[in-house]
Design a protein around this ligand. Structure first.
Ligand SMILES: CC(C)(COP(=O)(O)OP(=O)(O)OC[C@H]1O[C@@H](n2cnc3c(N)ncnc32)[C@H](O)[C@@H]1OP(=O)(O)O)[C@@H](O)C(=O)NCCC(=O)NCCS
Length: 184
């Protein structure tokens, strides 16, 4: 069983805060999501408008309450630098899928792998037993992020994704599991 907290979580350590989205974040999210890499490698709507950013932020609490999704902003020094979410949740099976982006100006500092570890630790603590992530085959930055955050490469899904141009392509499936405690 998943012990779903009533309120959306706030996860904090020295490097980063993961917190629920605020409407004040709309301009920053709109700006960050114009980045071609985010548009190429994630499933955000394209073109990405301010209205889409606002709708996404407005609907996040409801989706959390309905146990559909955990969607958090990553904040460093008071600035939104990343987005991370746990979606495609199947509560009966204790599984969910993680997705993320980092602002182009904050990349290469270990923020993505750190945020992934923070959210997966939280998910395992509330009862998830398997967290997956799916990347395009050429998304080396994301694949390295996942390996660094303790994910294992499971398989290549033949024709598992459709690109923005409509062509079908393989995708790569990763998974992470809670630590197994061995009792003497
Ligand atoms: C993927 C992404 C989130 C990585 O963010 P990041 O904060 O730069 O990642 P990290 O700094 O945690 O780096 C993790 C690892 O990936 C490596 N890496 C980062 N960018 C890379 C690149 N372009 N090519 C190869 N490796 C890369 C880092 O060197 C690091 O490995 P290391 O510790 O062995 O050096 C970011 O590039 C991004 O937002 N991309 C667009 C959106 C996206 O692809 N989302 C994921 C969809 S599946």
């Amino acid at each position: 069983m998943i012990s779903w907290p009533i309120s959306e979580p706030v996860l904090v350590d020295k490097a980063l805060m993961l917190r629920p989205w605020h409407l004040d974040d709309v301009p920053e999210v709109f700006k960050i999501c114009q980045d071609p890499a985010i548009q190429e490698f994630t499933t955000i709507p394209v073109p990405y408008t301010r209205e889409i950013a606002e709708l996404w932020i407005r609907t996040s609490p409801q989706k959390y309450a309905e146990r559909e999704k955990i969607s958090l902003a990553g904040v460093r020094n008071g600035e939104v630098v990343l987005s991370i979410s746990l979606h495609s949740i199947h509560e009966f099976d204790h599984v969910g899928e993680i997705g993320y982006w980092v602002s182009s100006s904050a990349r290469g500092e270990g923020l993505a792998s750190h945020a992934v570890e923070m959210l997966t630790d939280f998910a395992f603590a509330i009862g998830f037993r398997r967290i997956t992530a799916i990347t395009l085959p050429e998304n080396m930055a994301s694949q390295k992020t996942l390996l660094k955050a303790g994910f294992e490469l499971e398989t290549v899904l033949r024709d598992g994704m459709t690109r923005r141009d409509g062509t079908q392509t393989n995708s790569v499936l990763f998974a992470k599991f809670p630590d197994v405690k061995i009792l003497d």
